[in-house]
Design a protein. Sequence first.
Length: 434
Amino acid sequence: MIVEQNLISKTLIIFLEVESLKTGQELEKDFEEFNELVISAGAEIVDKSISKQLKPSISHFINKGKLEEIKNKVKSSKADLAIVNHQLSASQARNLELYLKIRVIDKTELILDIFASRATTHIGKLQVELAQLNHLSTRLIRGWTHLERQKGGIGLRGPGETQLETDRRLIAHRIKRLKNRLDKAHKQKQLNSYSRKKSRNKLVALVGYTNAGKTTLFNCLTNSKQQAEDKLFATLDSVTRKNMNPELGPILFSDTVGFISQLPTQLIESFKATLDELKSADLLLHVVDISDIDRKQKAIEVNKILEDLNLENIPQILVNNKCDLKNELSISTLKSENLKEAWISAENNNGIDELRDLINTMLFNGIYKGWVSLESSLGKIRSKLFRMGCINEERVSSSGQIFAHIDIGMDELDNFIGINGFALCEDKDILLEN
Ligand SMILES: Nc1nc2c(ncn2[C@@H]2O[C@H](COP(=O)(O)OP(=O)(O)OP(=O)(O)O)[C@@H](O)[C@H]2O)c(=O)[nH]1
Ligand SMILES: [Mg+2]
């Protein structure tokens, strides 16, 4: 934990680029993102070390000369924690701690820490704990391999090894139990999604880089009050809510965890089940922060993760958010002929109607809102429309003709149009009949 019992760690950031072909500006952006991650974890930054290196050193990750310099910075800044912007092996982390004489954590541990402080739901907490234990188990195994070679030699079984065996067994046991509990929790959620399938709701999931504005847009679309914040990974647990806007067809929106480049594998593993829910989405809203100069690269990263999760074939709308931060002229130069793109400001509620239209078109090929007439013999069709939740109002003429005012996707409507005795009609026809 970076914030322990309200004691904020005095943190030294170690930002190192290795084998990098990146330009100065790109590196600066990478640094900014890492800096923000550290701030998101609640750390107090007391000093920074930024440098480039050809190759990581096997023992300490950082080369000796640089390490000396960092050690001086630790002393002068009185830092009690160093955070490195890479994934370290267990032995590298241990060697760094021995050398710098302060606690050292890597990028994976940093993100795990942020996730641990954010998790609120049952599933979210289980997932973070699983990710942490998985991480810990790799540390134990890697960190203690030098002792393992002694295994079997009589008289060589040191207390360290016994302890290691016990630790491993405990962790393996805990991991197994956590996995079972997670399975159960997810099965329960799947039951819910099964009932969704039986109804005709479509699922639209909001995806995108962290801090792009997914939750703000989600709140806008569903009249919810989920926490939206200017910090990385504000949302951790996915939330699904029904659309409240009558202009839209029957839709559930799902807000979920934001992505980041080089998301630690343990996290992807643990969050797979949550992210698996995205598989049943009918449409993805890929939210992008238009004011972010790095947005193109970030969109590529997001699409890469979507590919890893086998979600690349789900139709996508690219939602360019935070348009209020750009002037109109610069936005108009960015607009392309791409019809599957929306330009909005979720915060100011701008462009939301156009986005809704686009969602309707993509999901239902548009929506028919109006009257239909059904002959009295079409009782089964009438109950089907009721089951689908399409009928808003109904009138019956003296001759038994049924008039129903319905909301229905064009695609769905196509299935009814050919039926004998079923016809579209206009408002004026209804008035005449009554
Ligand atoms: N100016 C401006 N700021 C916005 C807009 N939409 C969202 N924001 C701000 O951007 C920050 C992040 O918004 P969130 O909705 O929490 O972003 P998110 O994508 O859900 O982030 P994570 O949950 O961390 O992945 C917040 O401070 C919002 O107020 C917008 O249209 N314009
Ligand atoms: Mg969010």
